[in-house]
Design a protein around this ligand. Sequence first.
Ligand SMILES: C[S@@+](CC[C@H](N)C(=O)[O-])C[C@H]1O[C@@H](n2cnc3c(N)ncnc32)[C@H](O)[C@@H]1O
Length: 376
Amino acid sequence: MIANNQHKTTYYTHGFHPYPAKFTPQIVNKFFNLYCKKGFSILDPFCGSGTTLVEGVLNGMASVGIDLNPIAFIISKAKSTHYSDSEIQIVKDFMSEIQSKINKGLFSNNNYNKNGIEIPDFPNRDHWFQKNVSYELATLKNKIDAFQNENVKTLFYSAFSKIIVKVSNQDSEVRYTAKNKNHPDGIVYSSFVDTVSGYLMALNSKEHSIIEKSEVYNGDTFEVLKNLTENNFDFVITSPPYINTFDYYLYHKQRMFWLGYDHRPVRQKEIGNHHRIDTKKFEIAKAEYIESMTQIMNELSRVSKPNSYFVMIIGDGIVEGTTIDMSQVITEICEHCNYSVENIESVNLSDITRSFNKKFSNAPKKEHTITLKNIK
Ligand SMILES: C[S@@+](CC[C@H](N)C(=O)[O-])C[C@H]1O[C@@H](n2cnc3c(N)ncnc32)[C@H](O)[C@@H]1O
């Protein structure tokens, strides 16, 4: 979570896609070194963009991730999958096909055949996307849908998702205002080729190779955990959603529209988001968060091995102007489930550089690294 400026945080597939409140690979590795060894099974129950999974499979540990957000699912899978030579060849062939069309000017206005292209309909689409961009996104999405190979398809969806903000009218990843960017024809295809070429370079890395399997579940953590077998995991590490801080569904809303997902169930089930908190009083919001996390931690204890460790990195939240000390909240939750608190390290958020959004770093909040032990 804490960006360590001395180390590159985007090596191998880590730079595939932006994500709010991402782990740094270094922080994950620090705890792998302390508590894990090759052959372990590990779990990240709120895996987000899959940082834990990538480091897990690079370090020879079978790695499982869960996330409610479909974009998190796509990114995590794309980043932690081992691609066969034939899959890489399919990717390269598609890039050559698009590049040759770009070179022939086939995406310029006069040559672009718009007949029969259906642009998905969603709220404020034309406010956020120029018409030429929408046509290009729709045709590219159709082409990706037609691929049979699931790994290739997921890699392309990740690249498609990554370029959405760039080709939209949205100011930037973290500024939700529209501005006229006057995107030229062909912007979608050239951005897509650039992104996938970057992916291919990363995957071709000589220093890193995936030596274990990852599995990613797209769903509500509690619901998914209920269906997993007991005593399975040797180590759990996660950064759960913070209370009232980030809205992941909002961050990925345009991406979800284009990829054909409905953001509403995600908004409804996302723990800690503003939509769920804003309509409630402080005590109710806090109690609801505690209830969700208690249920989840009971299940985490069940699916993990006795005496295994669980490292949680969590930041304080502010509801109705009151800071909620999350180290206290987690300590209280542990009294109702089979975890003992082994260690808590806290830092002021204003003292550290955040890996994603510095906007929150001036608030009077702390970030806690809490080590728990399964005492079931
Ligand atoms: C702090 S982020 C995790 C970031 C991750 N460590 C990374 O490196 O990218 C928390 C995640 O919890 C997910 N989340 C929120 N509510 C959830 C729920 N009910 N079930 C599953 N995932 C949920 C969000 O979608 C978000 O991706």
